[in-house]
Design a protein around this ligand. Structure first.
Ligand SMILES: Nc1ncnc2c1ncn2[C@@H]1O[C@H](COP(=O)(O)OP(=O)(O)OP(=O)(O)O)[C@@H](O)[C@H]1O
Ligand SMILES: [Mg+2]
Length: 503
């Protein structure tokens, strides 16, 4: 990213839009580029509070009458010397007709004059008039090397005894995904808490990071206690996942394997899609972040949603290797098919950025998406190569239902042998895993209210009084099955057999 900024400045791009939460860091970087031998440009900074001040100079040296954005751009146009003019937080003003116009004039005027305007802001907001003239760059979060500087400073400041290389490495990795300021704060806090910075403080850094990520509200760290063994059936899907347990290790790279990109799990509601996605975190020993697409959308300002998505993806990348879990993908992108204009095209733009990111990402972020309404899913997702595999999770077969009963009964009682599992599986034909679990819970409530232990008969009664989704929504379920049989890989081996017979 730094490289990109350097190239753009050297290539004399007149208008650069830098999306970043880290003003100071970005500003220093620009100043560094400007002072390089080949450049020798002066750097000026505009803020709405002080107008234009030369970088590194005290505030009172402000250029006369440059507080208003229009006046400031006009001032820049009048300058003869080469220079880089940073406009901080111009976004609330950039949409005003006068500012937009002045910026366009500036671009026209800059040709051959070695002047560059850099708009620096945490969100991307560009009026249509400028869309074609501006280059946008995302200022990436600090990498390990930069974090190392932060950590070194902190260690020096606190005169902490030398930390081992290993501890240092762990402390650095734990802070990946934070801005420079945040990392500094987190290290300081960890130090204040335990008066040292060693391997033991890694936990503090990690938990602080979780809180910071939670605060941004779009990504969420998930902690799932269940393991893949608490899922009944879905043998094919499990095998696929188990086979890839070490897919993100150095060893796999050396072996010549590509990094897995992601998977899509389609299927009937309540059959364990979300659960299996969440348990993959433990299976692979990777953190899992849930991307809440509903929160990505923000109608308050044009460009806000895109910026939200970009930030979230950037954070996920900086934490990688990681799993990015997008539950109910169909809901998230429903608006991007068909009549997309209802929201001014935001959802199709978001969808476009997401696809591009999936296509181009090189960092080890494994996308795990689930969906149950295929007809609402944009076709682009289903094209070969987007995901490594698309699995279809069907209603459980009889054997799978037996597994599911065993798992959920064992979770609640130690003496599972008193139940006739086969009979339970027989009477629950057409039930999903979630419905089986609910039947057991209903049976327990019934018995609990009568102050006795629940029995086989209680469960059967609960099953009989439940109308499963597969019967209330037969058409949808059938349609989904027909669709998926041709395009997706079955998650259960028994279904695979069935499918082979059919073709
Ligand atoms: N195969 C299964 N084995 C064990 N438990 C299951 C299974 N399928 C579902 N369950 C139970 O049902 C609950 C709900 O399942 P889950 O949320 O994973 O379904 P889903 O397929 O994501 O449904 P939806 O499409 O409605 O989001 C699980 O937390 C689990 O307790
Ligand atoms: Mg789900």
């Amino acid at each position: 990213m730094k490289e990109e900024l350097n190239i753009l400045i050297q290539a004399q791009y007149p208008l650069i839009y830098l999306v970043s939460h880290e003003e100071e860091r970005a500003e220093q970087e620009i100043a560094r580029i400007a002072q390089a031998k080949t450049q020798h440009k002066r750097v000026f900074v505009w803020t709405v509070t002080h107008g234009i001040v030369e970088y590194g100079q005290p505030r009172h040296t402000t250029q006369h009458n440059t507080v208003s954005p229009e006046a400031a751009v006009e001032w820049v146009i009048r300058q003869r010397e080469a220079g880089i003019y940073i406009f901080k937080d111009l976004h609330p003003f950039i949409d005003s007709p006068a500012t937009t116009r002045w910026l366009r004039d500036a671009i026209a005027n800059f040709k051959g004059s070695e002047k560059i305007i850099v708009v620096m802001s945490p969100i991307q907001q560009i009026p249509i008039e400028l869309e074609k003239e501006v280059v946008v760059i995302d200022y990436a979060l600090p990498n390990l090397q930069e974090l190392n500087q932060v950590l070194t400073q902190q260690l020096e400041k606190t005169k902490t005894r030398r930390t081992t290389t290993e501890a240092r490495e762990k402390l650095l990795k734990a802070a990946l995904g934070l801005t420079r300021d945040e990392a500094e704060k987190v290290y300081r806090k960890a130090y204040v808490k335990s008066k040292r910075l060693t391997e033991n403080e890694v936990e503090i850094v990690l938990s602080e990071k979780k809180q910071l990520i939670r605060r941004n509200g779009i990504l969420e760290y998930i902690e799932e206690d269940e393991t893949i063994n608490s899922i009944g059936g879905l043998e094919e899907l499990k095998r696929w996942l188990k086979q890839r347990s070490n897919a993100f290790t150095e060893r796999a790279r050396e072996y010549g394997l590509p990094q897995p990109k992601g998977m899509l799990i389609l299927g009937v509601p309540g059959c364990g899609k979300s659960l299996i996605a969440k348990t993959t975190s433990r299976l692979w020993s990777l953190p899992i972040l849930r991307l809440d697409m509903g929160r990505v959308y923000d109608g308050s300002m044009v460009g806000r949603s895109e910026a939200n998505l970009r930030n979230a993806l950037k954070t996920a990348e900086s934490i990688s290797p990681t799993i990015l879990f997008i539950d109910e993908l169909d809901k998230a992108f429903a608006g991007s098919t068909g009549s997309a204009d209802s929201d001014g095209g935001t959802s199709s733009r978001i969808f476009g950025s997401f696809l591009t990111w999936m296509q181009e990402k090189t960092s080890p972020v494994f996308v795990m998406a689930t969906a149950n309404r295929v007809e609402r899913l944009p076709g682009e997702f289903l094209r070969k190569g987007r995901f490594d595999e698309i699995f279809f999770v069907d209603l459980p077969t009889k054997e799978e239902r037996q597994d599911i009963f065993k798992i959920h009964l064992a979770k609640r009682r130690s003496d599972v042998s008193r139940f006739d599992i086969e009979q339970l599986a027989n009477v629950s034909d057409g039930f999903s895993g979630a419905e089986i679990e609910q039947a057991i819970i209903a049976a327990m409530y019934e018995a609990f209210a009568q102050d006795r232990e629940f029995t086989q008969l209680d469960i059967i009664a609960a099953i009989k009084s439940t109308l499963p989704l597969s019967r209330t929504m037969t058409e949808q379920v059938t349609a989904l099955r027909d669709w998926a049989r041709q395009r997706a890989r079955p998650a259960s081996s028994s279904v695979a057999e069935y499918q082979r017979l059919e073709f």
